[in-house]
Design a protein around this ligand. Structure first.
Ligand code: SF4
Length: 266
């Protein structure tokens, strides 16, 4: 991890603002070895599947989906959130405070400037991500649950928005997870794809209703099998692929599960 020296990022005009941005902190997910969850891999989902990418995983989420595969970003001991695994995590063991400068140093180890900002729900820390994008040149994708609308400057800077609206199958009440106005605004940017996790054919009615009310073009809708293991992926992929074909929508695989299994940091 980097030291505390500041400056040297890409010749911006206001050195004072540079230093203050570099010193800003973000709460990242923490790997078991204590390092931040920042890793170089292939994007496993959506439009850019297979694309070499550096993932930066922030901690914290404003939802608590029962099948979430990154529940170590929110499912703390002492909370009554329900997760299908039954597990809980100690908050202090799962969060790492990193400065923007330290994140810039960490990602500079990789031969890649396509960055995926993920979580948890990364938009909880929108300001810190904006600072990072200001200091780091590259292509930025964000993965969000579609409940929070970022500011206009953020929307202008981000290159690709991967929205994953949550359905009833998440176990979250509709008033928390369903924000058609936010989805409509994101769709209007032209930068957003909408990836729905499908666990059963019944989920599709809900997807159609939500997509219609948010005016999401079919070309930007991806159906992805609910899966936290290769076995579950293989069990669900057939009917989800059929649904996608039947309705002229995109199918999204979960390539990282096939290549690496259900592991952290891949
Ligand atoms: S919104 Fe995403 S990160 Fe948050 S609980 Fe649901 S699946 Fe997990």
């Amino acid at each position: 991890m980097a030291g505390k020296q500041t400056g040297g990022y890409h010749g911006k005009s206001d050195p004072g603002a540079q230093i203050s941005r570099a010193d800003a902190t973000m709460k990242l997910a923490r790997m078991p070895d204590g390092s931040p969850e920042i890793f170089y891999t292939l994007q496993g989902e959506g439009r850019n599947t297979g694309r070499p990418s550096v993932f930066i995983r922030s901690s914290l989420c404003n939802l608590h989906c029962r099948w979430c595969d990154t529940d170590y970003t929110w499912n703390w001991e002492g909370t009554d959130f329900v997760h299908e695994s039954g597990r809980k995590y100690r908050r202090e063991e799962q969060i790492l405070d990193c400065t923007i400068e330290e994140i810039c140093d960490e990602v500079s180890r990789f031969p890649c400037i396509n960055y995926v900002l993920t979580g948890g729900e990364p938009l909880i820390q929108e300001k810190a991500w904006s600072d990072l994008m200001e200091l780091l040149p590259g292509h930025f994708e964000i993965e969000t649950n579609g409940t929070l609308l970022p500011s206009e400057p953020f929307l202008q800077r981000i290159d690709q928005i991967n929205v994953s609206p949550k359905l009833k199958n998440s176990g979250i009440e509709a008033s928390l997870r369903s924000k058609p106005d936010v989805l409509r605004s994101l769709a209007a940017t032209g930068k957003a794809d909408f990836k729905f996790v499908v666990g059963s054919a019944e989920d599709f009615d809900e997807i159609q209703t939500l997509s219609g009310s948010a005016e999401i073009p079919a070309a930007h809708i991806f159906l992805m099998p609910k899966a936290n293991s290769v076995a579950e992926l293989e069990a669900n992929q057939g009917f989800v692929a059929e649904l996608a074909q039947e309705h002229g929508l995109n199918y999204s695989d979960r390539l990282h599960l096939r290549l690496f299994g259900a592991k952290r940091g891949v």
